[in-house]
Design a protein around this ligand. Structure first.
Ligand code: WQD
Length: 337
């Protein structure tokens, strides 16, 4: 069965392509290479022995999307990762985010409604919850006004999918990721942040490798046990597997609603200091860091209630924070060697 993975050469996309191929799916990966590298195809092939079909397509070009679907009208499922995802950049350049993240989604959905099977997996984010009142966060926690255009595009995306699914043949699963980290154990694929990493773990591994002088910890005066923010760091391979399970749920018509939503996290919160300590343990390296002021827009704490993902989707995380950090470290060393 042929599956389209948009953003298929990206961080989570590439790991999901591997897991789809492991399950015997034929994968078409499309990507505009704006935040990924064509070499990722080699990495995927080294892991699975199968090179996915690749097409360099920018989903902002409606005609290119139409042409693609004319050529591949036997696709049975779509996993949609392609989007801009840097919170800070979205504040500086909102139109880039609204054009890329919303237009691409609309053009995709416009073509999907003509497919015999329109099974859609959407990459969403826990950022839609903002600072949730209650921890751990359940799927029925209220969606707060977004605190960045990036987060807003995820909220708007979910609303568009709900509206379209109501009146078309589209069945969808919205996957709200917590904090994806780590890399495939083979160190053939991983996170490739361009420029200065915005996210914690790539900044840690680049600092440990000596590319960065020290990590700045954005505030230790939060109302948490050690004063630093708490997040739910989930291994990207566990996250990738959840996408395959969600797709199979739709293909086997096991979904109980046209659109279902699942939080994808480990269910455990870890503070920045706890992540640093865990990294030092698995890498055997001291990590130089300094405490600086808070970062605008950071929530104090966010970690998932995983009951629905565990009991309804039938998915559980298998990998620990330490394993994720170790794989991220191995990957950093590999790409710098
Ligand atoms: C984690 C913690 C920082 C960097 C964002 C998006 C989310 C998803 C993941 C795309 C926070 C602290 C970080 C640093 C630090 N993105 N930190 N020093 O902000 O929870 O989530 O990225 O899908 O949608 O919102 O992740 O890794 O940036 O930060 O102290 O150099 O690490 O303050 O507490 P975040 P993050």
């Amino acid at each position: 069965m042929k599956i389209l993975v948009t953003g298929g050469l990206g961080f989570i996309g590439s790991h999901t392509v591997v897991e789809l191929q492991n399950e015997g799916f034929e994968v078409i990966a499309i990507d505009n290479l704006s935040n990924s590298s064509i070499d990722v195809l080699d990495g995927i092939e080294k892991i699975t022995g199968k090179r996915p079909i690749f097409e360099n397509i920018d989903l902002r070009e409606k005609s290119a999307v139409q042409k693609f679907f004319k050529k591949h009208n036997d696709i049975v499922g779509i996993i949609h990762f392609a989007a801009s995802k840097a919170v800070g950049e979205s504040v500086e350049n909102p139109l880039l985010y609204y054009e890329n993240n919303i237009n691409s989604l609309v053009y995709l959905l416009q073509e999907m409604v003509n497919l015999p099977q329109a099974n859609f997996i959407f990459s969403s984010s826990c950022t839609v919850y903002g600072q949730a009142e209650k921890m751990p966060i359940t799927e029925d926690a209220s969606v707060q006004p977004a605190n960045s255009p990036y987060g807003n595009t995820k909220q708007i995306g979910e609303e568009i999918i709900n509206d379209v699914a109501k009146v078309t043949n589209i069945n969808a699963v919205l996957l709200r990721y917590f904090n994806p980290i780590g890399a495939h154990s083979s160190a053939e694929i991983g996170e490739l942040p361009l420029g200065i990493p915005q996210n914690l773990v790539p900044f840690i591994t680049q600092t440990a490798f000596g590319l960065r002088k020290e990590l700045s910890v954005y505030g230790n005066d939060y109302p948490t046990p050690d004063g630093t923010c708490i997040r739910d760091y989930i291994h990207v391979v566990d996250l990738a597997k959840a996408h395959v399970i969600a797709l199979q749920r739709l293909l086997n018509k096991k979904n109980s609603e046209k659109v279902e939503t699942f939080n994808l996290g480990t269910g455990t919160g870890s503070s920045v200091i706890e992540v640093i300590n865990a990294f030092e343990k698995v890498s055997g390296q001291k990590l130089p860091y300094k405490i600086v002021g808070r970062r605008e827009g950071d929530v104090i704490s966010a970690y998932a209630n995983t009951d629905k993902a565990n009991n309804v989707l039938g998915w559980n995380t298998q990998l620990s924070l330490e394993e994720a950090l170790y794989s991220a470290w191995k990957w950093e060393q590999k790409i710098r060697s």
